[in-house]
Design a binder for this molecule. Structure first.
Ligand code: GTP
Length: 418
């Protein structure tokens, strides 16, 4: 059985809620637990023996992903990775249609489709086993998870037949409560998916035989939503089933939501690759004091008098001075944290400087949101410093989003600093 995976990564116009962090780096490459977000998807795909080819599909410039693509899979793993670029946003299903012929080369039996902005342990082997156990053919499976009732309307809601696991009803971000079972943005399709997309009504018609003129090819411009168009239509047809994961799942939408995702992946690393975490060290041992899950890049320098954790990642080339305390935060590449500064529930952007005795602090947001706004003002969220922000000594920055290259010389609270 041959399987391929397609990871939908969107494009520059999509990750706007991830500003200011997406101003420097495409959101799918933002580091979570010390590696690009997409690396977690790819590592999960590598564990499925049948996946020999992975496609990244999006409308970012290909060059933004070139380095990542050469590093994310080593040549001896024998898995091919390629980028399929949409010239414009074609929706979560339009790009699949646009590149149908390439995807179907070699006649794969199974197509895994993964949203690039979700975080999970991606139990793809388990999901495939359950998919294959069903006594039907040409069916599809979506991964689902239970969320709090109040947050369900933010996602694609699924009503299942509890006896058969069949999806009876699918509603994308419904206005009223439908179900607390939601789609995780992880799917198993077969090549039959293309027949379903092809059968969708509405202009322009998808005439897939008309491919001689690239521009005239309707596949190049037809926007299809897998969720709103295909899943809605498939529900109740006996062809779409649920695979429920009890493991963690979250979506990365706002920049603040990166912190919750980082926490999830750090605790996953504790189970899957504990050697990547810094071993806990007691105070006075000549090493920084480490509490809980912490990853420090080997090129970072951390003073032995620091206390880090839980849930902290320190990026390449960062310098953390004496007596610094960091809790539940992402410190990105080449950041300098001067002595005795304190960072709690914050993302510190590339090359930023946090002055001595300063305090950069947020409060943890809801999973998947991370920042809240009241009357257009940011309130009660993770503090985010964009790239190259300078916080002067003895300053308190609380619940703020700070755009790149700002210098803060006075205390700030609940502000978006442009
Ligand atoms: P939002 O709340 O608006 O973000 O909607 P959503 O949570 O339903 O997410 P959305 O459907 O916009 O995106 C799901 C995944 O598909 C994300 O990883 C996107 O980057 C990706 N995606 C969205 N639109 C496109 C598209 O036009 N082309 C490609 N290739 N990927 C896309």
């Amino acid at each position: 059985m041959l399987a391929k995976a397609i990871i939908l990564i969107g494009g520059p116009q999509k990750g706007t809620r991830f500003r200011p962090l997406s101003m420097e780096l495409a959101k799918p490459l933002f580091p979570l637990a010390g590696v690009p977000m997409l690396q977690h998807h790819i590592d999960a795909c590598k564990k499925v023996p049948n996946i020999r080819q992975i496609f990244l599909m999006g409308f970012y410039d290909e060059s933004e992903f070139a380095t990542f693509m050469t590093q994310c899979i080593s040549p001896d793993e024998g898995i091919q990775i390629s980028y399929l670029r949409e010239t414009q946003a074609l929706g979560t299903g339009g790009g699949l249609m646009r590149y149908r012929d390439i995807i179907l080369e070699g006649q794969p039996d199974i197509l895994f489709v993964l949203h690039g902005d979700v975080c999970s342990s991606f139990p793809l082997n388990d999901m495939l086993a359950e998919h294959q156990k069903r006594a039907v053919t040409d069916h599809f499976t979506l991964m689902a998870t239970q969320v709090e009732r109040e947050r369900a309307h933010l996602y694609g809601c699924v009503v299942e037949n509890p006896e058969t696991g069949e999806v009876l009803h699918y509603a994308e971000k419904p206005q009223t409560f439908v179900s607390d079972l939601i789609s995780c943005g992880v799917f198993i399709f077969t090549p039959k998916l293309f027949d379903h997309i092809n059968a969708l009504s509405g202009p322009p018609a998808l005439d897939l035989d008309c491919v001689d003129d690239e521009e005239a090819d309707p596949r190049n411009s037809h926007n299809v939503s897998l969720e709103r168009d295909v899943l809605v239509q498939l529900s109740g047809s006996g062809k779409l089933f649920v695979y429920k994961t009890l493991d963690f799942w979250t979506a990365v939408k706002t920049s603040g939501s990166a912190l919750h995702a980082n926490r999830c992946y750090l605790s996953f690393v504790r189970k899957s690759n504990p050697e990547r975490l810094v071993a806990a060290k007691p105070a006075g041992s000549g090493f920084p004091t480490i509490v809980g899950d912490v990853i420090i890049d080997p090129t970072a320098t951390v003073d032995p008098t620091c206390k880090l954790g839980p849930n902290v990642t320190i990026g390449p080339g960062a310098k953390i001075g004496a007596g610094v305390r960091i809790v539940d935060s992402i410190v990105l590449d080449q950041v300098e944290v001067k002595p005795h500064a304190c960072i709690i529930h914050a993302v510190i952007g590339w090359q930023s400087i946090v002055g001595a005795w300063s305090r950069v602090e947020g409060v943890p947001g809801l999973p998947g949101t991370g920042n809240q706004y009241v009357n257009g003002q940011k309130n009660n969220g993770v503090t985010i410093l964009g790239k190259g922000v300078e916080v002067a000594a003895e300053i308190i920055v609380r619940n703020c989003i700070v755009l790149p290259h700002k210098s803060l010389t006075s205390n700030q609270r609940n502000e978006i600093l442009l």
